[in-house]
Design a protein around this ligand. Structure first.
Ligand code: PNS
Length: 159
């Protein structure tokens, strides 16, 4: 079974990595799909986000990282994925995730969304929280992989 795990990943956090690790154990191949033309203006370029995810996912042999644009269901078809994986942190995530899952199902009946509940220790982490804390000089080392911590410090110093 091929699954895709889509997101903005601006940047990838330990919460995302936990979902990747757990999802990669239940599917044959997992494609981490990085949105490159979303409505939000990202801090990191698509190339930077893909590169950081590749570095963080190095230990997982069945995980591939690719950028995508356009509809997620079209990208899923291109990669022959039948399953979309999304992490759920808290009830606050549910409404939007539910709408996305229903929309994707309406667009393509052949692709199912599966939700993985976040592990408790990562339930408060988000990419926006990481960016806010780092931009205010706070420690983010416990929220993101090492490669991201280094890059975010460089990025903030360069702004
Ligand atoms: O990490 P995010 O920002 O919550 O991820 C959102 C993402 C990338 C999964 C979502 O915006 C998406 O799938 N965008 C692609 C466009 C699309 O297919 N839209 C219709 C279904 S939501």
């Amino acid at each position: 079974m091929i699954a895709i795990y889509p997101g903005s990943f601006d940047p990838i956090t330990n919460g995302h990595l936990d979902i990747i690790k757990r999802a990669s154990k239940v599917v044959d191949n997992l494609v981490v799909a990085v949105l490159c033309n979303g409505s939000k203006r990202p801090l990191f370029s698509t190339e930077e986000r893909v590169e950081m995810i590749k570095a963080a996912c190095h230990p997982f042999e069945n995980v591939d990282v690719q950028a995508f644009s356009g509809l997620l269901v079209d990208f899923a078809k291109q990669t022959s994925a039948k399953v979309i994986i999304r992490g759920l942190r808290a009830t606050a995530d549910f409404e939007n995730e539910f709408k996305m899952a229903i929309t994707n199902k309406a667009l393509s009946d052949n692709i199912e969304t599966l939700f993985l509940p976040t592990s408790l220790q990562y339930s408060y982490i988000s990419s926006s929280m990481v960016k806010e804390v780092a931009s205010l000089g706070g420690d983010v080392s416990f929220m993101v992989p090492n490669v991201v911590e280094k890059k975010i410090l460089q990025k903030i110093a360069s702004i």
